[in-house]
Design a protein around this ligand. Structure first.
Ligand code: MF3
Ligand code: CO
Ligand code: CO
Length: 263
């Protein structure tokens, strides 16, 4: 996945617009989620929004990936390819947006509710949202990458869920994926030390059942082997003097996602 590239203040300043655009694109994409929408329609929206902003959708043609966004429904863990799949009442869908603006990448994703979620879907999605926040809270100079994985794993497993092993968070900047690899499971005090100027994603994929996955014959779509639900949230963060800056922070609560917290 490449080396760790420590960013200067100027680098982080240059990365902010790409990250802000990715977050804004995801916010807007979340608003169109509804029963009857196809995942291809989400792709068209994200593609057009990105181009209109003078940016490039990073997924398109990345290692042969055929679309401009990933849309992962229900049992799809990640890398779902937009297509004819129609969103149904009770589905959950992760939308994963990566934008390239002025040569810098911003990577962010969230899971949205389609119609009314079941109690178990809601429990999984809210647990996963909490896992990302706990991981972000554990990231600061002097901590270790294992501290992030440990808090995420502990919370997911306490809720009866499991942590996907096969995909990790990643350094990001001028490259889509660079070092370090950020596992969402692990042990406190283990792994690389976190230092100021690192920019990486935390993107836990949490399963309702077992963590095991397989990849479909399209060579991208990763699904749970037991067919149970999987959810994911992702932010791009920068390590500051004393903590983190969430570069892909949202300006408003996510429609069709966070609104359910207010019930
Ligand atoms: N956005 C994903 C990530 O969080 C990567 C998608 S790669 C693609 O790292 F080719 F499927 F788009
Ligand atoms: Co990512
Ligand atoms: Co992503």
């Amino acid at each position: 996945m490449g080396n760790i590239v420590i960013k200067t203040e100027a680098d982080i300043q240059a990365m902010r617009p790409a990250c802000r655009l990715a977050a804004q694109t995801l916010e807007e994409a979340g608003k169109i989620v509804r029963i009857g929408l196809t995942t291809d329609e989400i792709n068209t929206f994200v593609h057009d929004f990105t181009i209109a902003a003078g940016a490039t959708p990073a997924p398109l043609n990345y290692r042969g990936y055929p679309k401009s966004v990933c849309t992962s429904v229900n049992e799809v863990i990640c890398h779902g390819i937009p297509g004819k799949r129609v969103l149904l009442d009770g589905d959950i869908v992760n939308i994963d947006v990566t934008s390239i603006l002025d040569g810098w990448h911003g990577d962010v994703s969230a899971t949205f509710y389609v119609g009314e979620p079941s109690q178990e879907a809601r429990s999984l999605v809210e647990t996963t949202r909490e896992c990302l926040q706990l991981g972000i809270d554990a990231a600061r100079p002097g901590a270790r990458l294992g501290d992030i994985g440990a808090v995420i794993q502990k919370h997911a497993e306490a809720r009866g869920c499991s942590v996907v092993r096969d995909f990790v968070g990643h350094g990001i900047g001028r490259s889509f994926h660079e070092g370090p690899q950020v596992a969402h499971f692990g042990k406190h005090g283990r792994g690389q030390r976190i230092v100021k100027g690192m920019t990486f994603t935390i993107e836990p994929m949490i399963n309702q059942g077992k963590w095991n996955m397989r990849v479909l014959s399209d060579e991208w779509t990763a699904v749970t082997t037991d067919g149970k639900l999987s959810a994911q949230f992702e932010h791009t963060i920068a390590i500051t003097n004393d903590g983190v800056e969430i570069l892909t922070a949202f300006e408003n609560p996510l429609v069709n996602s966070e609104v359910f917290l207010k019930d």
